[in-house]
Design a protein. Sequence first.
Length: 149
Amino acid sequence: MTIYIGADYKGDCLKKQISEYLKNKNYEVIDSFVDEREINDYTDFAFAVGEQVRDNRNSMGILICESGHGVCIAANKVKGIRCIRATNVKEALLGREHDGANILALGSAFISDLKDLYAIIDTFINTPYPVLERRLNRIAKLAKYEEEN
């Protein structure tokens, strides 16, 4: 599986740690938008990750900014993306299992323990796409709304 990753200047260090963690688990990790500016815009890499995940069905994304909110909002502007911000394993599980999320947003300011962070990431990646009809119907409604509006 390919995992696209992006971070602003507040999340760059965490992005590198997550990338190494995922590479050690044999995932293909692609840094979607390298920006060496001292201060950069989360919208640029959130859109890039969103577009790459949208265009590659066998992929997921991880986005990092200070709060996790900005990247989540921006990624959700990309058609076909369902990005969630998760702060614990349960949120990651429900975001995948109930909503079919394909991008995980993280807030670097709220990460205090890498072990907990890796549990969130592992749960997000390893939780299957929804299978219950009512959940699939919700996702279809979202896609229809995106298409029409």
